[in-house]
Write a protein that binds this ligand. Structure first.
Ligand SMILES: Nc1nc2c(ncn2[C@@H]2O[C@H](COP(=O)(O)OP(=O)(O)OP(=O)(O)O)[C@@H](O)[C@H]2O)c(=O)[nH]1
Ligand SMILES: [Mg+2]
Length: 493
């Protein structure tokens, strides 16, 4: 059989031939049609020119006002994440309990689900990281994370503050949707600060991780929440570097083993004396709970490093904390403070800016006798880092000239703030923040402001700075630097 192969050219020619056989419209119809077509194209061109000119004028005005070229930032995949006010498709993604909170949490657990919890016990950023580790561990063990409140261990320096619910800070439905797992807070399953005391068995990881303390690291959240916890000391293999007193880390997958029956059974029945601490209220000892797996303190958990959030590969950052966005309310409050800091009206756009975070306060404990003025990085050293960020931003986003700089810090010495002002850097006015929103809010608002900048200069060894650096680099595709300190010239480079 002969096969004729038609090329696309053949078929086009064929179509042309076919078109030439079609009847043409009459001349008068063709003229009217031509006039309409010309009129349409002339109008369309004029309208397009009008919009293009308006856009260029607005850009130029913004450019003059803020000293920046508001060039569009390249598309990033995260842009497709749903906005925080979106309706999330599957409500059950972020449920995971039988119903509203009950006096006993056990009445609220779903029989075919497993859960994981842990306690807060340090500064706010450390606890953000610890909760990120908790959620990541829950993901890899197929458990539902149950998150406690933040406790004000350091905010207390300024006086009393109430425990702060995780969901008051982070958008839980959005997080649940992004990580595709239900997320619960303790207040979802047990009545908040319930007077009904309930016992539970928990693993004590902390006594294994460090060398000076055999007491589980519990903080005060469980006791405030009607939870009476007894502890079983975890196997020695939960510490990654046994005998190393400087590295307290556990590997995620070593901890994950405790989620499964084999490792648990092996350890509890190994014939050695198991160290167990009775619960403080009911004075009972329970083996670690299997459905509500509990580990006392999870800040020191990592995949391969130690303070792993400092590195771009950190799985707890990439799979969890990167998706912990501020609640809509906090976003609005953060923008309010930014506008007020820059003196902008609600209708005016917030210009790209750089935030500095300089930690002093209790960091003086690490100065080891070096005078503070030599130990902490001086203002010109910080200014050099700011210039580096400005330069890199102008290369990364050609034409972008970021002049707005905000200093955030725990420093209280007004003479130091005068030096900051002399650089032309702004300071956020927190004179009424605590009274208006509560004692947690100055530090939370500063973290929000840091996260929204195109540039960030942080303090070495500050967990607060580490998370802000990650947010600026990942959320804003921005540029960050870290200032070293501890002795004169520590940041020389
Ligand atoms: N408002 C404000 N407060 C700060 C800032 N940096 C530190 N602080 C205060 O100092 C405290 C620092 O103590 P921690 O709670 O230990 O901070 P952290 O979150 O653990 O972070 P690092 O200690 O920096 O690793 C915070 O709780 C705040 O009260 C800041 O930039 N702005
Ligand atoms: Mg701290």
């Amino acid at each position: 059989m002969d096969v004729t192969i038609r090329t696309s050219e053949d078929s086009l020619l064929g179509d042309k031939d076919y078109l030439s056989t079609l009847p043409l419209p009459s001349a008068s119809h063709s003229n009217t049609f031509g006039r309409r077509k010309r009129a349409f194209f002339t109008t369309a061109t004029l309208v397009s020119l009008f919009f293009l000119t308006s856009y260029l004028i607005i850009q130029q005005r913004a450019s003059d006002r803020f000293g920046v070229d508001l060039k569009p930032i390249p598309f990033k995949p995260e842009d497709v994440e749903p906005p925080s006010n979106a309706t999330y498709p599957i409500a059950s993604l972020y449920s995971g309990a039988r119903g509203p909170p009950t006096p006993l949490f056990r009445d609220n657990l779903l029989p075919d689900k497993q859960y994981l919890t842990s306690w807060p016990s340090a500064g706010w950023s450390n606890d953000v990281m610890a909760f990120g580790n908790l959620i990541y561990l829950a993901l890899i063990t197929d458990r539902i994370p149950v998150i406690p409140k933040f406790t004000p261990s350091h905010v207390l320096v300024d006086g009393h503050a109430d425990d702060l619910p995780f969901g008051e800070v982070f958008d839980i439905p959005r997080l649940a949707s992004l990580i595709k797992s239900p997320i619960l807070e303790w207040r979802d399953i047990k009545i908040d600060e319930s007077p009904v005391v309930e016992s539970m068995g928990c693993w004590a990881i902390w006594p294994e991780q460090q060398y000076y303390d055999s007491i589980p690291r519990e903080g005060w959240f469980p006791r405030n929440s009607g939870l009476d916890v007894s502890y079983t000391r975890a196997p020695s293999w939960v510490k990654a570097n046994p005998g190393n007193e400087h590295d307290k880390t556990s590997r995620f997958w070593d901890l994950a083993r405790l989620s499964f029956p084999d490792a648990r059974r092996e350890w509890l029945n190994n014939g050695q004396a198991i160290q167990q601490t009775p619960s403080p209220i009911l004075n009972v000892i329970e083996d670690p709970d299997q459905q509500m797996l509990c580990m006392d303190y999870l800040y020191f958990a990592a995949a391969i490093g130690d303070v792993e959030y400092d590195y771009d590969f950190s799985p707890a950052w990439r799979f969890v904390v990167a998706h912990m966005h501020w609640t809509e309310r906090l976003e609005a409050i953060g923008e309010l403070y930014l506008r007020s800091t820059f003196g902008l009206k609600p209708s005016q756009p917030i210009p790209p800016y750089i935030t500095i975070h300089i930690r002093h306060g209790d960091f003086s404990n690490w100065c080891n006798g070096v005078p503070l003025e030599e130990c902490f990085a001086p203002i010109p050293v910080i200014a050099r880092r700011v210039r580096e960020v400005q330069e890199e931003l102008s290369i990364k986003y050609p034409g972008m000239n970021v002049k707005h700089v905000i200093m955030t810090s725990d420093e209280r010495d007004e003479a130091w703030w005068d030096l900051v002002r002399a650089q032309g850097w702004c300071r956020i006015d927190h004179s009424s923040t605590a009274a208006q929103y509560g004692r947690w809010y100055p530090v939370i608002i500063d973290a929000i402001v840091q996260s929204k900048g195109m540039g960030f200069v942080g303090t070495d060894r500050s967990t607060f700075s580490i998370i802000s650096r990650r947010r600026v680099e990942d959320w804003q595709r921005g540029v960050a630097r870290t200032v070293k300190w501890g002795y004169r010239g520590a940041d020389d480079h």
